[in-house]
Write a protein that binds this ligand. Structure first.
Ligand SMILES: [Zn+2]
Ligand SMILES: [Zn+2]
Length: 381
């Protein structure tokens, strides 16, 4: 594609970047994207998605899905370029980049529609940041008849033109917990009449740190962080209840199950020691982003035709693309979007991407969609 094409796309990204909308509120964004896709004469599927949408290019099976997320974060942007957001939300995760690259891919694939050996389904997914968007897409039939799905996240620590891939886990399974500890409040001078919820909570937090360090294989990555404790309000009162919250990250289903079971057991046993009651709430969070072992090496090889492909370590952040991979084979890549040594990380208020990185993202979608259609079409012959 010509330079003009990518200059046009960069302008589209700036437009989207200047008007971010947070998860489940992507109404204007959806309208903008739908308008763009309609003008390319690409058919939009009827669904009940409140935000986001699904479109298709080509005909019949096989079907390969391309997914881009479209939501922004409730962060006040501190960048000063002319298209910086001024509305209190920010595309600080680069989903403006993702959706723009899918628009670019859509335009190229539409021009090649006659040659496609099946259907390319475009998923403009809402609400990734709150881990509900992928489930909404699935409930709306987004994966119906789909043989495989591909997606990516822009990655500021890789340079434009670089793609990071790996088979199996590429992003963590995320667990989010809130644990409430309660008992009988009392005077600080007579702890024997009440429940020391302060000591119970701090002891639990201490004991939890033995899970990863003492019970998980040193060759298996896992993280447990308690990040917030709230208990008590006066110097001379033993509080009736308090809570703490935090997160766990893991890279296999077995480790995740082990973490959750040990977590529950340690909390219950420790609370028992203090005659305190506990309740554990688990938040809605992404499961493991698990790249298909058969397709990932093929996508890596095919991507070498237009990018520098690197094998990367898994990231400890999560991604709701995992929900698709629980249902069908999928490949999720990291695409270089900055590469400067001091580049701001994802979710920072000075985060930015380089427009020159768009080309690799567009090619990743286009070339791998065509490749996978050929691959699955052979199976059907
Ligand atoms: Zn994010
Ligand atoms: Zn993101």
């Amino acid at each position: 594609m010509t330079r003009d094409f990518y200059e046009k796309l960069a302008k589209v990204r700036h437009q989207i970047h200047a008007h971010p909308e947070i998860s489940e509120k992507e109404f204007e964004t959806t309208a903008f994207l739908k308008d763009y896709i309609s003008k390319l004469d690409i058919r939009i599927l009827e669904t009940d998605l409140p935000t986001g949408f699904i479109a298709e290019i080509g005909q019949g099976k096989p079907v390969v899905a391309l997914r881009a997320d479209i939501d922004a974060l409730p962060i006040v942007e501190r960048n000063t370029f002319d298209y910086a957001s001024k509305n209190g939300a920010m595309h600080a995760c680069g989903h403006d980049f993702h959706q723009t690259s899918l628009l670019g891919a859509a335009e190229i694939l539409k021009a090649k529609e006659e040659q496609l050996k099946g259907t390319v389904r475009l998923i403009f997914q809402p609400a990734e940041e709150v881990s509900v968007g992928a489930y909404q897409v699935i409930e709306n039939g987004g994966l119906k008849d789909v043989s495989a799905i591909i997606g990516y996240h822009n990655y500021p620590h890789l340079k434009p033109g670089e793609i990071g891939l790996r088979s199996k886990a590429i992003m963590a399974a995320v667990d989010k917990f809130k644990v409430t500890v309660s008992g009988v409040s009392g005077h600080a001078a007579r702890p024997d009449f009440g429940t020391d919820t302060v000591l119970a909570i701090t002891t639990i937090v201490n004991n939890l740190q033995a899970i990863v360090s003492r019970t998980v294989s040193p060759f298996e990555p896992a993280v447990l962080s308690v990040t917030h404790i709230d208990v008590g309000s006066a110097w001379n009162v033993m509080p009736e209840s308090g809570y703490f919250e935090g997160t766990m990250r893991s890279f296999s289903a077995e480790t995740r199950q082990h973490l959750r079971e040990s977590f529950t057991k340690i909390i219950e046993n420790t609370a028992d020691q203090f005659a305190a009651q506990v309740s554990i709430e688990w938040g809605k969070t992404p499961t493991l982003t698990f790249n298909d072992e058969e397709l990932t090496p093929l996508i890596a090889k095919n991507s070498e035709r237009f990018a520098k492909v690197l094998e990367v370590e898994p990231l400890t952040i999560g991604e709701d693309f995992a929900a698709y991979q629980e249902k069908i084979p999928g490949v999720f890549a990291l695409i270089g979007s900055n590469g400067d040594e001091n580049a701001a990380g994802l979710h920072q208020d000075t985060f930015t991407v380089k427009d020159e990185a768009l080309k690799t993202a567009v090619q990743y979608f286009v070339e791998n969609a065509i490749y996978l259609l050929d691959y699955f079409a052979k199976d059907e012959d």
